[in-house]
Design a protein around this ligand. Sequence first.
Ligand code: 5GP
Length: 193
Amino acid sequence: MGKGRLFVVSGPSGVGKGTVIARMMQKDPSLWKSVSATTRKPRGGEVDGVDYFFVERPGFERTADGGGFLEWAEYSGNLYGTPAASVQAHLDAGENVILEIEVQGAMQVRRSAPEAVLVFVKPPSMDELERRLRGRGSESEEAIAARLEAARMELSREMEYDYVFVNDDVDATVDEMLDCIANAGEQPQETSS
Ligand code: 5GP
C-alpha cells in the first residue's frame, strides 16, 4: 500500500453516491475515483473508460482469474470489478482513492486492505430511494424491482461500515464526507446517521 488512502463508498443504487462523489472531486481535485470494469450494458450518456470499462463476460473472467481485480462481485446479474493496478498506482502517487462499489466488494477490500475506510451512504427512506430510481427513468420495472430488493439487503449491512451518512441534502453529505476523508487515519469516530 502506498502513501494515499483508500476510501470505499457503498450504498444502494439510486441513493446519489455518484452525484456526491462527483461534487467531492470538484471540491477536492486531489481525490481520484477508480473506474470499474463491468459486464453491464452502458446506460444512455455513459462513456466507456469514463463511467466504466464496458467489457464482455469472458474478458472480465480472464482478468478476474489473472488476479487483475482488487475485488469483484456479481450484482443484479452483472459483474463489476476494480482494476487493481491503477488503484495501486494512484495510491503510490500519494493520492486518496475512492472506490464506488457494492457491499460484497467492500468486504473483500476490508479483508485485503484493512486500512481502507469504508463509508456507507443511505437514503432517508425506502420510498425516497424508489422515487429517485424511477426519476432516473433509465431502467425497466423489472430492473427497478431488482435494485430495490438489492437495496434492502445492502441496508441491512450498514453496520459493517466505518461511517454511515444519510444522503438527504447533497451539499451537506459532500461536506460531511470530505471532513471524514480529512480526518481519516486520526481517531476512529462514531458514525452519524
Ligand atoms: P450500476 O449498475 O448502478 O452502475 O452499479 C450497480 C452497483 O455496482 C452499485 O452499487 C455500484 O456501486 C456497484 N459497483 C460499481 N463498480 C463496482 C466494482 O468495481 N466492484 C463492485 N463490487 N461493485 C461495483
